[in-house]
Design a protein around this ligand. Sequence first.
Ligand code: ADE
Length: 419
Amino acid sequence: MMIGHFKDPALKAEGQKLIEWADASMPVLGAIRKEWQKTKPLNGIRIGACLHVTTETANLMRTLKEGGASVALCASNPLSTQDPVAAALNMVYEIPTYAIRGEDDTVYYQHINKVLDLQPQITMDDGADLVNTLHSKRQDLIEGIVGGTEETTTGVIRLKAMEKQGVLEYPIVAVNDALTKHMFDNRYGTGQSTIDGIIRATNHLICGSNFVVAGYGWCGRGLAMRARGAGANVIVTEIDHLKALEASMDGFTVLPMAEAAPIGDIFVTVTGNCKVIDQKHFELMKDGAVVCNSGHFDIEINLSALAELAKAKYEPRRNVTEYILNDGRKIRILAEGRLVNLSAAEGHPAMVMDMSFANQALAAEYMITRAKDLQKAVYAVPQEIDQKIARLKLESKKIKIDTLTKEQQHYLESYDIGT
Ligand code: ADE
């Protein structure tokens, strides 16, 4: 049995219970797994995955294995690993998993390289670090690759940039761009899990606070919606006119960050860009301001600028670092500026990851069957997969919908029936 690198074998029973608990809320992925027990569409295929090592990811890995693939997994973020899950994946499900919560950058990349040592034919990424390492340091492996899948907005942006610059060496399916992914995972998943992370880290009261959401993409929309639901006064900051207008018409206050900085109590970045909260903003913030990030990389908050303004640093609670500034103000950073929802809480709930990971599984199957027809480019998930996942999810929730009559179908296909 090949074994990965993880924290503690004694955690395996706890991990298995948590994985099974999540599985009970993942009916679509479960249905795919059941079907794949018979059909084995991934027979003999080697899959290298770099994803957040959570209970939900474990169920995706089990599904790929059930489909006949040999799978190895590493973390896509140094702070998001659930150590009991990594133990169970290795020891119960016999899926080599390289992930330890809190690993440093050196170990993080050692783990990525361990997964690449499997010589994957399919890469499955969340943020494109696996693809990037393969293209920059392990080019010898490119020849054996059939294709890849990408989970998140940030990864898709990186991969599209690679495609544009002509350096992408194999086709990728952008799982993030499926409607059954970003409309639910990015919006409702990030919305809930980010609030969950902030509350677990701080135990602060959300109602009555000035809650600043930087970025009004799908994640920002969901977060603003849930913060409002929890009773906060929500302020949105944006750089895009359309999104700012949408936020305003959704009823949120829209301000530049420099104007939000002095009034915010809680700040969350979900933009995918760097230095969204910078030195000039820290200089304006209130004493006790809480600042965190739910975007993929830890670049949205300029922590080195904050460190320069600070005379001391202190950890009052797990996942909270208090920077004491020269003028005496305290700024509280959660989860070192890394994804607060995965570092301080458990990431998106299984009920929503069910659809994201059903997309991953079906995108891998699609890649295996269709890669020969694909170019070195980033592809959308086929609409039939999106529709199938939506249908299965509705069925699992016992929600029925109407169907078009023949007359209605005809009406939709005609143009001559007007007033
Ligand atoms: N991304 C956000 N939430 C996640 C989860 N629970 N598992 C894996 N990846 C995630």
